[in-house]
Design a protein around this ligand. Structure first.
Ligand code: NOJ
Length: 505
């Protein structure tokens, strides 16, 4: 059923992007190389050998980006800071004033247009110099990330009041260190993701405390992290093992980070049990899942002011007895994943649109984490078409997903505070290059000026923002009222006795 209604006055609508995916200027004005720069420069690593060298050229087009945001009527813009653009070697002894000036221009431009900046500190583009000392496998990164964040709070925090520490830490841990498809391409599925997640959690908590201790009183902002989540629908609802499997999938995917932060400072029970038990069966001396000390648990618990997450699709989950070898974070979950072939496809096989999954996911977050304030920090669909200005599939995606979000808010009482579409414009979609198009605006990547053209979905999303949701159209509203005094009411028998009426004429 389609549902009509609006969100509360203070609901925040926006669009999202990230530095490496849009900025270009990969070595401009003293920027240092990131792990993504180096990875994409090796032929064969990315679909069609795409790179972020120029991307949407946003480094040189601040005004154009702000113009699009204004035309949309966006209340906020979520973007990320490129760590190597600000600290070319990753450390605060190498501050690049040109990089700082770029972000100042962007932030000032947003504020001048009444658009709230939502700033992600880390969206995957690690300075190569820090990868060279071990990347997120090294505990040193905790201090180094903290000193970068500290600099950003100090430099931009007078104007930025919404911070996201790490974008999709669960994807970093798995894609970067498990299946190794993303740089640094470590393929150690059984243990590296757990070790890296452990460090990412500590780094996140460290930055949260820095904000809390040094900046919150004077700057008064909020800070969170944003995991990636797909809703998990049990394959057979009457089979308790599938219900457990779906929960287990969600705990491994997202509870991995949000259970420690929003609950008790520790990993979900099911993770501790399954990884511990399987490690024992694998004759390992201890669990592949690291353990937090009591002090660390205390330090991590409560380190997010709001619940942000990115979401695109749904999985159907079934219980499965997975092999013990090779050791793998995926096998540890003891699930098998499928999808329903009736779900429409999109440019990415794992991103089939399933709008109803969003409502269920929002309700799960509400129940699991005791009704936190929730922000959808990314949601959208990629299409393969090169020129898709008439992007009806994307309009349908937003129309149905936002409607499910509306039901969750209005009918289920989910404390939803904001919604951000991914993405402002077509951009570099990581290993998939420039084929999947996620933008509300089309970019002509063959043209050096990278012209931006609004798609129909941009017009549609602007309307949703203007209406603050999806109110019932005026012409469809049920009308109450009376006819005039002398209005004549009658019944007509013509349909019942057509022949006799005819004969009378
Ligand atoms: C999530 C990531 O944060 C973003 O960088 C990516 O482009 C979108 N998902 C779409 O896959």
């Amino acid at each position: 059923m389609y549902f009509y209604g609006t969100f509360p006055e203070d609901f925040t609508w926006g669009v999202s992007s990230s530095a490496y995916q849009i900025e270009g200027g990969w070595d401009a004005d003293g920027k240092g190389p990131s792990i993504w720069d180096n990875f994409t420069h090796v032929p064969g690593n990315v679909n069609n050998n795409g790179t972020g060298d120029i991307a949407c050229d946003s480094y040189n087009r601040v005004e154009e980006d702000i113009y699009m945001l204004r035309a949309l009527g966006a209340k906020n813009y979520r973007f990320s800071l490129s760590w190597p653009r600000i600290f070319p070697t990753g450390r605060n002894n190498s501050i690049n004033s040109h990089g700082v000036a770029y972000y100042n221009r962007l932030i000032d431009g947003l504020i001048a247009n009444n658009i709230t900046p939502i700033v992600t500190l880390y969206h995957w583009d690690l300075p190569q110099a820090l990868q060279d000392i071990g990347g997120w496998e090294s505990n040193e990164l905790i201090d180094l990330f903290n000193s970068f964040a500290d600099f950003c709070f100090q430099t931009f925090g007078d104007r930025v009041k919404f911070w996201i520490t790490i974008n999709e830490p669960n994807i970093i841990a798995w894609m970067g260190y498990g299946n190794g498809l993303f740089p640094p391409n470590v393929k150690e599925p059984g243990s590296a993701p757990y070790r890296v997640a452990h460090i990412l959690l500590k780094a996140h908590a460290r930055v949260y405390h820095t904000y809390d201790d040094k900046y919150r009183t004077s700057q008064g902002g909020v800070i969170a992290l944003c995991p990636f989540i797909s809703w998990a629908e049990p394959k057979t609802l009457s089979d308790p093992r599938d219900i457990e499997a779906a929960d287990s999938y969600l705990q491994f995917l997202v509870g991995w980070f949000t259970h420690p932060i929003f609950k008790n400072g520790d990993y979900p029970e099911v993770m501790k049990w399954k990884v511990g038990n399987r490690s024992e069966l694998q004759n390992l001396p201890s669990s592949r899942l690291p353990v937090f000390t009591a002090e660390e648990r205390e330090y991590i618990r409560g380190t997010a002011d709001v619940f942000c997450f990115n979401t695109y699709s749904t999985k159907i989950v079934k219980y499965s007895t997975t092999p013990l070898t090779p050791f793998s974070y995926e096998y540890d979950q003891e699930v098998s994943l499928t999808f329903d072939s009736s779900w429409p496809s999109s440019a990415l096989p794992a991103h089939r649109p399933v709008a109803w999954g969003l409502r269920r996911l929002l309700n799960w977050i509400k129940e699991e984490y005791r009704n936190p304030p929730i922000y959808i920090s990314e949601n959208g669909v990629g299409e393969k078409a090169k020129s898709d200005v008439d992007d009806n599939a994307r309009i349908f995606y937003y129309k149905t997903y936002i409607d499910e979000a509306l039901k969750a808010y209005k009918v289920d009482g989910v404390n939803l505070k904001g919604y951000n579409a991914w993405s402002l414009m077509d951009n570099f979609e990581w290993v998939d290059g420039y084929d999947p198009r996620f933008g509300l605006h089309q970019i002509d990547f063959d043209n050096p000026n990278r012209p931006r053209t609004p798609k129909r979905s941009a017009v549609y999303y602007a309307e949703i923002i203007r209406n603050n949701g999806i109110p019932l159209p005026k012409e469809d509203e049920f009308l109450y009222g009376e006819f005039p005094e002398n209005f004549l009411w009658s019944a007509h028998l013509g349909q019942i006795f057509p022949h006799s009426l005819k004969n009378r004429q």
